[in-house]
Write a protein that binds this ligand. Structure first.
Ligand code: ADP
Ligand code: MG
Length: 603
């Protein structure tokens, strides 16, 4: 038999390796930014076009590379950062694997210009199809610029696999923020499609946090600081009232490297044990500094996981230092976690006018393609004419087509038979209809009713919106603006009369009639969580997620104070629902006892 094993050519091996290191444009951003940091840059610019699909460029003012190093940099396993395996345990740099540039060059067109500090001329290199296509000299300030164009041009499956521009840009922003937070003493600028998304001057850590995430953290963070012979823990952690329902801004850095570390997350959460209700997440920005010989970073190609030699010691020290700072700063929750809320069928309050929301933004407007002074596009009329008022939201039994009625009450005589609806055991609703007895869970029932009626209204037309006396403004982080912006026109058609202004505030002039003004921050928070967690959100899923969220927030929490006719109305509406027996989370809304079961029982 013939020998069949061959060594793969370099460009194929590089392409395979690239699969691990370069998953999406954001991976390129991470690797290039980290190289710039390793080159001791004090000023770094990130320039991105079309969410990195067309261009990712990083320009630094760091050490630069010699003529030969520039060529070597793109070879596989070529690095200036370690010499032998022992160095792996004495790392002071972000990189060490020597495979990022080789991998990137295997799957994109790359141009690199680099000038040593104080040198007169720079060397340039153009790589196409994994091979050097051009090599030259040119004038360039000291430092390095790397342009990565047409990522995955030679791997169509990969290119196709990329998500929408908005999602890829979110990933890029995440990576940018991680590097920027880890290095407050470096100034950063980040441009996307010629607009400046972030300008971060050299600053303290605290200022860097507010420059990145907005002033919402101004009064909401307490410092954490603890040091022993082996470990230093420092940074900031949120006061309990900065906690949110979504796991937003939670960052660990170990030796200035962003790390995901579930166990250390538990350590921080342990400190909040008695301060926060279940499901609330405080922001934190925690830096852990240890001797590099006591950690292993080389667990994963993306280097976002590490192993501490003495995990338990770090765990307890972290938990106690966070707890200590919360205690020291005398943090008392100022948030009202009471959820009790009186029953209220949505109605027009104070006779304030109901208004069809005006679409103030152009749905096709790409916020990043051409900056506009006021952040708004032209005025566009809603797609469908305004016809309904809020009452249309609540489906009345008379409106239900006969077929549906027949499904609900299969026997027409039964329909006429007497029914009773009363509060039961202080919490449930007891409803008898003909021969059946139903015990109904009121909150789940109301969520179901709101959900289905909202869904119907939205499918039929643009939902009505109730104008607010005073517009509400909610400050968003830049990343949240990016997440939310593509959905503004959908929100408008769902009854949110809103816009995002150029100071990153979401301005609300009117809300869907089912939404109580006071619940807006929570609804928005949950919506942003959905947007953050879901990579693939189409219009339909977005609508359903939002409606679910509205229904959850608008639903009664108990039947306290409800009159008999309210109970009857709720039960009637529930029985008209398509999925009357199921809550929005797939749990039962009612327990039904049929007459024949009773007869069996008493037999
Ligand atoms: P690693 O960072 O793991 O060493 P890379 O493939 O990212 O591997 O980079 C290879 C080498 O190229 C680096 O070790 C460094 O010497 C050089 N290099 C890369 N980017 C820069 C830069 N922006 N400035 C100076 N040198 C750089
Ligand atoms: Mg590197």
């Amino acid at each position: 038999m013939l020998d069949i094993i061959q060594q793969l050519p370099d460009h194929v091996a590089n392409q395979i390796a690239a699969g691990e290191v370069v998953q999406r444009p954001a991976s390129v951003v991470k690797e290039l930014l980290e190289n710039a940091v390793d080159a001791k840059a004090t000023d770094i610019q990130l320039i991105v076009k079309d969410s990195g699909k067309t261009l990712v460029q990083v320009i630094d003012n760091g050490d630069g590379m010699t003529h030969t190093d520039l060529r070597m940099a793109f070879e596989r396993h070529a690095t200036s950062k370690i010499r032998d395996a022992e160095d792996l345990f004495n790392l002071s740099t972000k990189g060490f694997r020597g495979e990022a540039l080789a991998s990137i060059a295997a799957v994109a067109h790359v141009r690199c210009v680099s000038c040593l500090r104080d040198a007169k001329v720079a060397n340039s290199l153009l790589i196409e199809g994994g091979k050097v296509a051009n090599y030259g000299e040119e004038a360039h300030p000291s430092g390095t610029s790397i342009e990565v164009r047409n990522l995955f041009y030679n791997i169509p499956a990969r290119r196709q696999f990329l998500k929408s521009d908005a999602i890829e840009l979110n990933h890029i922003t995440d990576e940018f923020q991680r590097v920027a937070l880890a290095h407050p003493y470096i100034s950063f600028r980040f441009y996307h499609n010629n607009s400046l998304l972030f300008q971060l001057p050299e600053s303290s850590l605290k200022l860097r946090i507010t420059n990145v995430f907005g002033k919402k953290f101004d009064q909401k963070l307490v410092p954490v600081e603890e040091e022993t012979e082996h470990v230093r823990i420092y940074g900031f952690t949120g006061k309990p009232d900065a906690a949110r329902k979504r796991r937003g801004e939670q960052f660990f850095f170990v030796n200035d490297r962003f790390i995901r570390y579930q166990k250390m997350h538990y350590a921080v959460m342990k400190a909040y044990e008695d301060l926060l209700p279940q499901g609330m997440h405080p922001p934190y920005f925690i830096f852990i500094e240890v001797d590099p010989s006591t950690i292993d970073v080389n667990i994963h190609p993306t280097k976002t996981e590490i192993q501490f030699n003495d995990e338990n010691m770090i765990f307890s020290m972290l938990a106690s230092s966070v707890k200590h700072s919360l205690g020291k700063h005398n943090v008392v929750p100022s948030m009202d976690f009471e959820i009790g809320q009186a029953f209220s069928v949505p109605k027009s309050q104070d006779n304030r006018p109901l208004k069809q929301p005006q679409i103030k933004v152009n749905a096709d407007y790409n916020p990043f393609s051409n900056p506009r002074p006021n952040g708004l596009g032209g005025s566009v009329e809603p797609k469908k004419p305004a016809t309904r008022n809020w009452e249309a939201l609540m489906v009345k039994s008379e409106d239900v087509p006969e077929a549906t009625q027949a499904e609900i009450w299969s026997d027409p005589n039964e329909h006429k038979s007497a029914s009773t609806t009363v509060a039961f055991a202080g919490w449930y609703i007891l409803h008898t209809q003909g021969d059946d007895v139903h015990i109904i869970h009121p909150r789940r029932a109301h969520e179901r009713v709101l959900y289905e009626s909202l869904l119907k209204t939205i499918q039929a037309s643009t939902a009505p919106s109730q104008q607010l006396l005073f517009p509400q403004s909610i400050e968003l982080s830049k990343a949240d603006v990016q997440r939310l912006q593509p959905w503004v026109s959908n929100l408008i058609s769902l009854g949110f009369d809103m816009e995002i202004d150029d100071k990153h505030n979401a301005m609300f002039y009117g809300l869907p009639v089912t939404l109580n003004e006071s619940a807006l921050p929570e609804v928005l928070d949950e919506l942003l969580a959905d947007l953050q967690e879901s990579d693939r959100l189409d219009e339909d899923r977005f609508q359903r997620a939002l409606i679910k969220n509205l229904a959850k927030n608008g639903a009664i929490k108990s039947i306290n104070g409800m009159e008999a006719k309210d109970l009857e109305g709720l039960v009637r509406d529930l029985f008209q629902c398509h999925d009357a027996e199921l809550s929005l989370h797939g749990k039962p809304t009612m327990y039904t006892l049929a007459i024949n079961e009773l007869e069996k029982y008493f037999h």
